[in-house]
Design a protein around this ligand. Structure first.
Ligand code: KG4
Ligand code: ZN
Length: 379
C-alpha cells in the first residue's frame, strides 16, 4: 500500500510516499527556518502563508522522487494536530481535496503518533538492510521531545476489540512538560544569548567547547507526577546568570554582530563567545539532558519494558544520544536518524498506514486541532 503523507503542523511543509508503512520511497521537506530566523521563533501567520506557497511543489517533489503519480497512491495520511491551526489547515485541506478528487481513502494522524512511528520506520528500513540489528518492538516507553512537546508515552500492542481489525498500537501518556518543551527551552536560551535560531543544534555544537561542570544547575525538582517535566526553571536560571552581568553585554554585542553576517560558521560564532558563555550553555544542556534521560529511564523501569524510543527534533542532540546509551544499559534504545527525528511526512505516512489497515477513515469534516492529546492518560 502506497501512502502519501502530508505534514504542515509547524514550520516545515513536508510530503512523503511510504510503502506498506515500512519503506520510504520519498521524503520532501521545505523548511521555513530561514524565514523565522530573524524573529527568533516561528511567526504563525508567516508560517501559514509559506505552507500555502510550498504545499503543491513539495507534494509534487515527493511524488516525483518516488516515481509515482497521484493516481498510483493508495491512500492519503495528513497531520490533524497538535500544531498551529493555520498551518495544519493548509496540509489538511490539501489532503482532503486530493482524497476527494481522486477518490482515495484519507486518515488524520496525530503529530506525536508520527514521531513515535519515525522510530519504528527507521528501524524497519535499517533491518531491511541488516537483519542482525535489534527490532524496535512494542511495548516501549517513548520520549517525544521537540520544540512543541516533551511527552512520555507507553506504546503497547493494541488490545483486540470485538471487531477486528483493531488498532495495532495503544498509547498511554505517562507524563508531559508542564511548561516549556525541551526544544523551546533550547531555543529561548539561544535567543537570550543571541546565538541564533533554532537554538538546539547551535547549543549542541557550542557546548562541546564548554565545561558543563563549571555551571551547575542541579537536578530539576517538582512535586506531583515524577514523570512530568519542567524546563522553565532552568531557563530562568540561565536568565539570572546573564542579566546585569558582562554576559548580557557580550550577548548584545553578538546580537549586533549577527545582524552583519548572514549565516556565521560555528568557528565564527564560537570566536564571538567567551568561555563563560560556552560553559553556561554547556551546563544548561547538561541539566536538560540529564532530566530527560533520568525521567525516561524511570518510566521504562516502572513500566517494566525493555525498549526505549526517543524521537522529535531534540532527539538529534548528541549529548542526549550519548547519555541514553551510557545510562540506559540493560535497555534497547532506538533513535531515528536526524532527518526522521525532526518534522517530516514519512512518519505521518507510516503512522497513517497502520490506521488505514485497521479500517480507519476520515471524512470531509476532518478538522485541525491546536491541542490534540494522544492516547489515554495514566490513571
Ligand atoms: O520535531 P521538530 O522538528 O519540530 C517540532 O515538532 O517542534 O523539533 C524542532 C526542535 C527545535 O526546538 C530545535 O531547537 C530542536 O528541535 N533541536 C535540537 C537539536 N536539533 C533540533 N535540540 C537540541 N539539540 C539538537 N541537536
Ligand atoms: Zn514535531
Amino acid at each position: 500500500m502506497l501512502v502519501l503523507g502530508i505534514e504542515s503542523s509547524c514550520d516545515e511543509t513536508a510530503a512523503a510516499v511510504v510503502a506498506d508503512g515500512e519503506r520510504i520511497c520519498s521524503s520532501a521537506v521545505a523548511s521555513q527556518i530561514l524565514m523565522h530566523e530573524k524573529y527568533g521563533g516561528v511567526v504563525p501567520e508567516l508560517a501559514s502563508r509559506e505552507h500555502l506557497r510550498a504545499i503543491e511543489p513539495v507534494v509534487e517533489q515527493a511524488l516525483g522522487q518516488a516515481h509515482v503519480t497521484m493516481h498510483d497512491v493508495d491512500a492519503i495520511a495528513v497531520t490533524e494536530g497538535p500544531g498551529l491551526v493555520g498551518s495544519l489547515l493548509v496540509g489538511l485541506v490539501y489532503g482532503k481535496a486530493l482524497a476527494l478528487a481522486l477518490d482515495k481513502p484519507l486518515v488524520g494522524v496525530n503529530h506525536l503518533e508520527g514521531h513515535i512511528h519515525a522510530v519504528m520506520l527507521e528501524n524497519k528500513m535499517d533491518r531491511a538492510a541488516d537483519k542482525s540489528l535489534a527490532e524496535a518492538r512494542v511495548p516501549a516507553v517513548t520520549l517525544v521531545v521537540s520544540g512543541g512537546h516533551t511527552t512520555l508515552f507507553l506504546v503497547a500492542p493494541g488490545a483486540p476489540g470485538s471487531n477486528p481489525p483493531y488498532p495495532p498500537f495503544a498509547y498511554t501518556q505517562l507524563g508531559h512538560s508542564r511548561d516549556d518543551a525541551a526544544g523551546e527551552a533550547f531555543d529561548k536560551v539561544a535567543r537570550l544569548l543571541a546565538l541564533g535560531y533554532p537554538g538546539g543544534p547551535i547549543i549542541d555544537k557550542l557546548s562541546r567547547f564548554g565545561n558543563a561542570n563549571a555551571v551547575d544547575f542541579g537536578h530539576i525538582r517538582m512535586k506531583g507526577n515524577p514523570l512530568d517535566f519542567s524546563f522553565s526553571g532552568v531557563k530562568t536560571a540561565v536568565l539570572y546568570r546573564v542579566r546585569g552581568t558582562e554576559l548580557a553585554a557580550e550577548a548584545e554585542e553578538r546580537r549586533a554582530w549577527r545582524k552583519t553576517v548572514e549565516r556565521p560558521s560555528l568557528d565564527e560564532l564560537r570566536a564571538h563567545c567567551s568561555q563563560a558563555t560556552l560553559d553556561l550553555v554547556s551546563g544548561f544542556q547538561h541539566a536538560v539532558v540529564q532530566d530527560l534521560v533520568e525521567r525516561t529511564l524511570a518510566a521504562a523501569e516502572e513500566a517494566r519494558v525493555d525498549n526505549i524510543f526517543v524521537s522529535g527534533g531534540v532527539a538529534c542532540n548528541s549529548l542526549l544520544r550519548q547519555r541514553f546509551v551510557e545510562w540506559c544499559r540493560g535497555f534497547q534504545v532506538f533513535f531515528p536518524s536526524p532527518s526522521l527525528s525532526t518534522d517530516n511526512a514519512a512518519m505521518i505516512a507510516a503512522a497513517g498506514y497502520y490506521k488505514l489497515i485497521a479500517g480507519e477513515r476520515a471524512g470531509i469534516s476532518l478538522a485541525p486541532h491546536a491541542s490534540f492529546p494522544l492516547g489515554v492518560k495514566r490513571a
